[in-house]
Structures are given as C-alpha cells and as structure tokens.
Design a protein around this ligand. Sequence first.
Ligand SMILES: [Fe+2]
Length: 284
Amino acid sequence: MRSGRMNVNELLHYTGEMRLSVDLQTFLPELKNRFEQYVKQFASPDPDVQAVLDLKQAHTRRVCEAILDIGGHEGLSGEELRMAEAAALLHDIGRFEQYRKYKTFSDIRSENHALLGVKVIGENRILEGIDPGKAKVIIRAVECHNRAALPVGENSRGLLFMKLLRDADKVDIWRVVTDYYRNAHRERNQTIELNLPDEPEISDSVCRSLMKGNIVQMTDIRTLNDFKLLQIGWIYDVNFRRTFQIVKEKGYLGQIRGALPENSIRIAEVYERALAFLNLKRRF
Ligand SMILES: [Fe+2]
C-alpha cells in the first residue's frame, strides 16, 4: 500500500492488490471537476444558447445548496450529505445533451432528460472511482428525480435521496419561475414557458387533480395557466418540513398565484387549498 498522501487522481488510477474506491469527501472536488469538464464541451459562441446553458449550471449550483440546506435540517451529515450533494450536482446533466440535440427542455417534445443523464454519467464514467453501492443510489436518484411520483418498491435509503433531490430541485424551479413571472412582461422566454399558449383558459382535469390534493400530470397541460397551476400543485409532492418552510418564507405559491388571472373562482379555490396545506405541513 502506498502512502496516504496520494491525490484523488492517483487514488483513482491506483491499481494495487486491492481495488480502491474513495469516499465522497475526497472524491467530491474531482466530481465537480468532471462535471465542469463535461459541461464545457457544450459552450457556444451564440450568446442565447450560452445563456440557456449558464441558466442550467446556475440551477445546478442552487439545487446543490438547497439539498445541503434541506438534508442538513433533516439530520444528514458527513458522507450521506455529500452523496446528496453529488446527486444534486448530476441530476440535470442530461439537459446539456438534450438542448444540443433538440433545442428544447421539454421532455415531451424530445426525450426524458433524467434517463439521458443516467446514460451520460455511464458513458463518461463520471462516477468511476466511488463505491458502487453509493454510485447506484446517486444514479437512481438522478433517474427518478423528474418522475410524476416516487417509484414503488424502492428501499428506504434509495427513497431518502430521491426525496431530498426532488425537494431541492422543486425549491429552485420555484425560484426560477417566480423570478421569471415577475419580469415576464419585459421579455418572454419560451424555454421556461415550454412553448405553451398564453390563453386565459384553465383545464378542468388540472383543477380536479389540485382540489383532490394531487399533483398535475404533464399530459393534462394545455395552456401556460395550466402550467402555473401545476407549479402550485408541486406542494403536494414535497417531502420535508424544511422544504415547506422555505416555500413559505419565499412566498413562492403567492407569487405564482399573482401571475394567474385574478378573477377566476376556480383558481382562487385551488390556491387557497394549496396554501392551507402548506401552512399545516410547515409546522409538523
Ligand atoms: Fe433540476
């Protein structure tokens, strides 16, 4: 065995009599480096394309911050918290290839970006060097982060990281969309609006789901207002008290409501129900 002063690269390339896998404390800087290197190849001279990529990288950074916040409040520390951070760092890695190939972030119009991300992680050996058991948990969290619901039959450890990632991702998407709605009168962004028509209608199926306390299926979305209601309904898919607290502190639901037509009774009912749910959950 060589001295303990090997750096990460030496450790990863070390092929002694025993196969080494480094812990995440040692591996995380290398993982961040691999992520940066991977993303760099998508850099574009077109400022519009580059702005979209920058937005995704900023989102990734903030999801990392959110998962550390939520995970820390839920009592995670050390290696577990770093596994959560690794999952957050990689969760949208498929977005870069998706945008290059299809020029959209709409999974319906292209392909599932979470599955694409899992492929990218494998093909580029992004997690090579860490314990295979930990890599599997991280990859499963990435794979399931955008599913309508958590997978059935997953073990409790796997579920924990999936729930953390889904909450952290939602926290930052709420930030992105509320930021956008505040400024949308200045410049429209079809990437955020998913090319949906900005018409006054809202769909019955969307309201019905929300009044039952269920999340909305993407396939029920017809207008931009439906999509805003879907974003209010994410509150029914939040897992941790800290996440409810963040949503309350930032006033995300109220801000989305403010971007919807004022005089619709159905919208008012959907909003009041979601707000009551939030107020109940953030306390317990
Ligand atoms: Fe995300």
